[in-house]
Design a protein around this ligand. Structure first.
Ligand code: ATP
Length: 393
């Protein structure tokens, strides 16, 4: 029987999980991604364990041994142990039954058969388990020939309804294709193309999560989104190569994570209210609609730039190359773009109490933005001159 070669410390940890499971009269398996990655010779930080028995009890025993924290999720007996060396997810083996006619969440039940648990998974390469019980330690359970597909570097669904049942698997297939440098098996690709339309059934919340995960490793996945027509079917825009190049450069230059920048670009043509995205993101979508290339050169824009999140500034940097220097300057100088004089000091220079004080502060910031005020003395001089001119009129 094919065995997994674990790194030394991981092997010790997994052996102790197997022993604890045996003492409780349970079975325990390492499943999914970590087995796939170990078989491919990739290092995997994740440890996902499926337990035939009560995963929370097993997790508690494990925590007693290694210390750390236990987080349990009571809607289904699952738990996570976090300790100084890492994190393990313990999941109770389960079956999932999807509604026959519509897309929706599955009915979930406990099972005591690991084959059933593997049968609910997305792709053959992820439907592989490794036994942790002492007498079978390291034995691979591979009911769908995930090992064969892994050798052929293929992503294959377990059955023809897979993408329809859970359209997030479309994103997962494309992500694994890129990440593992695998191909989609012929029928899998056929079903994927056919079932793309079911993506519209996903809630915006789930869509957002998939975009986030997919864009975590950069924008190269967008070409595959385009190729498979994902963006068209969802009514999203595909950013062009120039935008991507500039955003990738800006992301390094300003130290800004570009995930949300890309989501802004995807959603560029959508009415912010038509997407049920997070409130703060929706506000940012609104702001970018109000700022175009022409307005970017208006000095008064500086006050609006303060409303923007870094990912939105990065978006403007990518979108308007001929004025991107403005965003660059803002990133470089925004910490200095405050008024040194406070309201009291401005009044002491002869300005009447009221809205004028705020207006003068704004003017000072605009002058600083233009490089025309660079010191406290300049600010005082500006206020004095302003008061003089007001008195003359
Ligand atoms: P990675 O962490 O590298 O993205 P992973 O395969 O570990 O890969 P997870 O999202 O952690 O990804 O999922 C763990 C396992 O759960 C998968 O290997 C797969 O067996 C199963 N799984 C996850 N999402 C789905 C899904 N939508 N449908 C069916 N099975 C899934």
């Amino acid at each position: 029987m094919r065995q997994v070669n674990f790194p030394k410390r991981q092997r010790e940890i997994l052996k102790s999980v197997g022993k604890l499971a045996k003492k409780l009269g349970y079975s325990a398996y390492l499943v999914g991604g970590p087995v796939r990655d170990l078989l491919l010779g990739r290092t995997s930080q994740d440890i996902d364990i499926v337990c035939i028995g009560d995963a929370v009890k097993l997790a508690k025993k494990f925590r007693e041994k290694v210390g750390g924290k236990l987080l349990s999720h009571h809607h289904f007996p699952n738990a996570t142990v976090k300790w100084e060396e890492g994190k393990i997810d313990f999941v109770t083996a389960r079956s999932e039954k999807y509604p026959k006619r519509k897309v929706g969440l599955p009915a979930v039940e406990k099972t005591d058969d690991i084959m059933i648990d593997l049968g609910r998974r997305d792709f053959t390469i992820n439907a592989v388990a490794c036994n942790l019980l002492p007498e079978y330690f390291g034995d691979i359970i591979d009911p769908f020939n995930g090992l064969g597909d892994s050798e052929k570097r293929l992503i294959r669904i377990l059955h023809s309804r897979s993408f329809r049942e859970d359209p997030t698997r479309i994103f997962r297939a494309i992500r694994f294709r890129l990440e593992l440098e695998f191909n989609l098996e012929k029928d899998t690709e056929k079903y994927l193309k056919h079932d793309i339309k079911y993506l519209t059934k996903l809630t915006h919340d789930r869509l957002w999560k998939e975009f986030e995960i997919c864009l975590e490793d950069g924008s190269s996945i967008l070409s595959l989104f385009k190729y498979y027509g994902i963006l068209d079917v969802l009514g999203f825009n595909c950013p062009d190569e120039n935008f991507k190049e500039r955003v990738d450069i800006g992301s390094v230059q300003f130290g800004v994570n570009s995930v949300n920048t890309y989501i802004l670009a995807l959603a560029e043509n959508r009415n912010p209210k038509s997407l049920n995205f997070d409130k703060s993101f929706t506000r940012q979508m609104g702001y970018v609609r109000e700022i175009d290339n022409k307005r970017l050169v208006d000095v008064r824009i500086v006050h609006e730039l303060f409303n923007l999140e870094d990912y939105t500034l990065l978006y403007l940097f990518g979108k308007y190359p001929n004025n991107s220097i403005i965003i660059e300057n803002f990133f470089d100088n925004r910490d200095e773009l405050v008024c040194d004089l406070n309201g009291k000091e401005i009044r002491e220079l002869g300005v009447e109490e009221g809205p004028l004080v705020g207006e003068i502060m704004n003017k000072i910031i605009e002058k600083k933005w233009l490089g025309k005020i660079t010191s406290r003395e300049d600010e005082i001089e500006f206020v004095v001159k302003y008061v003089g001119e007001e008195n003359d009129t």
